[in-house]
Design a protein around this ligand. Structure first.
Ligand code: N01
Length: 545
């Protein structure tokens, strides 16, 4: 325990006592641990997986890769680290991202304060001692004045409860908990349910290996080419040379990503021919962020602008997919604005449906009825399969937090606080739960930004706050209910001014039956959010008690 720590550690038997408890050892938990140490705080992290990596530890499905440029989807707190690491592809594959996480953990000796293979089951705050106590499924008990939830936004897999899964004689997988061993689909008849970002990455890769792939699609998606490629000679060096400036620049953008110039024109300023030529150019260019959403001004808010881009993608589908019936089935419906579900980018997604060994099944009109011993049954048809892949997503943003019994000794609980939706103040704290912080919580830009930049911003902000408390002899901080209500209202207004909440997406919790429908991420922009957080501090931590 360093002499600058907030609380002295307890010697002797009993619960472990540190300054900061951390839940999760993905990108967020690792950075929290690093920062805590830098500030002279002792910390204990728990992680359910057997090692670091979070999302990149669990999601090992075929085709899994990031869709923010690798050089940007990296830690940026250390220029040294940036110089030491070399990405091999524009959009790194899962295995490379996991190697990076391992490198960072080793480089900063982060595993020392983490316990793996251990799931936190409860977090209880004692109002008298001001201590959070975590309990785990392995019997650990650890206490600290502060608890930081680095549990990830997409880390509780969701699988539809189709009857009969226990009868299935083949193998089945969820993409979010993919086995840590080679899975071979060679010579097999595979069925995949789900065509979100995950399915769209996995389908072309599985189709190349399997004897036959049947794709069960509920909602067709808009996707556009990633145009992934190896890093060019000197590209990493050029990025590193501007690393510090890049970071400043990224902080002033909507999604903490640079090098994708924002649109400069409205769609109605161009003739139909000019639009077509311009959108073709963007399609050829490929990449993120927001893919085709950032082509013309106001595509995210204006129905007419949105339709221009959505129609273009529908035309591309009809152009690429040879069978007109299959093409129509792949076209997203007119009432689904492009971008209202998270826009994926792909490699040969639509082209995959030209393969002889791929079948597309519409499960919106005829839903999956059951899993049988031999496959999947929809209506009168049974599809015989040797393996099933569930690419059915996550109980996003709230699932992992609500899986932990989070409460205070006086009866407040996260479950009650969020019974009508995940209200937070700035996505950082929840009124009634003192000294408990979230990284990338609902109500923060999180999934609408470069997640690593958002992680670093949240963590730095929290660490500065802990310094502030220590400097002022304070040991307790809580979000005020009124400030929280105002933030929730602001976030709601921002989202509802756009077309984003229209879709039945995981952003609004619509993928999980019974979940309250609320647009969970903050869609006001990362730059605006960072500014608001700065103003809150300048106003003496406005809205916190
Ligand atoms: O999950 P999803 P995901 N019956 O929820 C279908 C990030 N990510 O794992 O659209 C039948 O988007 C569902 O159908 P519908 C990224 O943020 C990033 O693909 O609800 N079908 C949909 O097709 C992403 O958005 C990267 O009608 C059901 C699919 O399953 C997030 O993770 C890569 C169903 C689920 O799509 C989640 O993506 C991958 C049911 N009961 C993921 N329930 C990169 O960085 C669900 N579906 C590149």
């Amino acid at each position: 325990m360093s002499d600058t720590s907030i609380h002295d550690g307890d010697a002797g038997p009993g619960p472990e006592r540190v300054d900061v408890l951390v839940v999760g050892m993905g990108f967020a938990g690792m950075y929290v641990l690093y920062c805590a140490r830098q500030r002279g705080l002792t910390a204990r992290a728990f992680e359910a997986g057997s090692d670091v990596g979070g999302t990149w530890f669990w999601n090992r499905y075929p085709g899994c890769r990031v869709d923010v440029d690798s050089v940007q989807y990296s830690y940026h707190f250390s220029g040294e680290l940036a110089k030491e690491w070399r990405w091999t592809e524009k959009f790194a594959a899962q295995s490379e991202l996991l190697r990076y996480c391992n490198y960072v953990a080793g480089r900063f000796d982060l595993r020392r304060d983490a316990k793996f293979n251990t799931r936190v089951t409860s977090a209880v705050f004692d109002d008298e001692t001001n201590l959070w106590t975590l309990r785990t499924d392995k019997g650990d008990v650890a206490s600290a004045p502060y608890c930081i939830m680095a549990t990830g936004s997409l880390s509780t897999p969701y699988r539809p409860p189709y009857p009969g899964i226990e009868d299935f004689r083949g193998d089945w997988y969820h993409t979010g908990t993919w086995p840590h061993r080679e899975v071979s689909f060679a010579g097999k008849r595979v069925g995949i349910i789900g065509t979100g970002s995950t399915g769209i990455q996995a389908i072309p890769v599985i189709a190349r290996e399997a004897k036959h792939l049947t794709v069960f699609q509920r909602t067709p998606q808009y996707t556009s080419p990633a145009r992934n490629r190896p890093m060019a000679p000197g590209e990493q060096e050029a990025f590193n040379a501007r690393h510090d400036d890049w970071r400043d620049e990224a902080m002033q953008t909507f999604n903490a990503i640079t090098d994708y110039p924002p649109p400069t024109r409205h769609h109605h300023e161009d003739t139909p021919e000019e639009r077509r030529a311009y959108l073709e150019g963007r399609w050829e260019e490929g990449g993120m962020p927001q893919a085709m959403l950032e082509t013309y001004k106001n595509v995210a808010v204006d129905e007419a602008a949105n339709k221009v881009v959505a129609d273009f993608v529908r035309d591309k589908i009809r152009e690429i997919v040879e069978d007109p019936e299959v093409a129509e089935r792949l076209c997203p419906p007119e009432d689904l604005p492009i971008g209202s579900k998270r826009p994926p980018i792909d490699t040969d997604y639509y082209e995959t449906f030209n393969r002889d060994n791929v079948t597309l099944v519409d499960i919106k009109s005829v839903p999956v009825e059951s899993i049988t011993a031999d496959g999947i049954k929809t209506g009168d048809v049974e599809y015989e399969l040797d393996a099933i892949v569930f690419a059915t997503g996550f109980d996003a943003m709230t699932g992992s937090l609500l899986a932990i019994d989070i409460r205070t000794g006086t009866g407040a609980s996260l479950k009650d606080a969020w019974s009508d939706g995940p209200d937070t103040y700035l996505g950082l704290m929840v009124a009634g739960l003192p000294n408990l912080f979230m990284i990338n919580g609902p109500g923060s830009p999180s999934v609408k930004a470069n997640m690593i930049m958002a992680i670093e911003h949240h963590t730095d902000w929290i660490m500065d706050l802990l310094d502030h408390l220590r400097e002022h002899g304070l040991d307790r901080i809580e979000a005020q209910k009124q400030a929280q209500d105002e933030w929730v209202e602001h976030a709601r207004e921002v989202a509802e001014a756009t077309l984003m909440p229209v879709a039945d997406s995981w952003y609004v919790g619509a993928n999980v039956p019974g979940k309250t429908r609320v647009y969970m991420p903050y869609f006001g922009g990362f730059d605006r959010y960072v500014k608001i957080c700065e103003e809150v501090v300048a106003d003496g931590y406005r809205g916190f008690r």
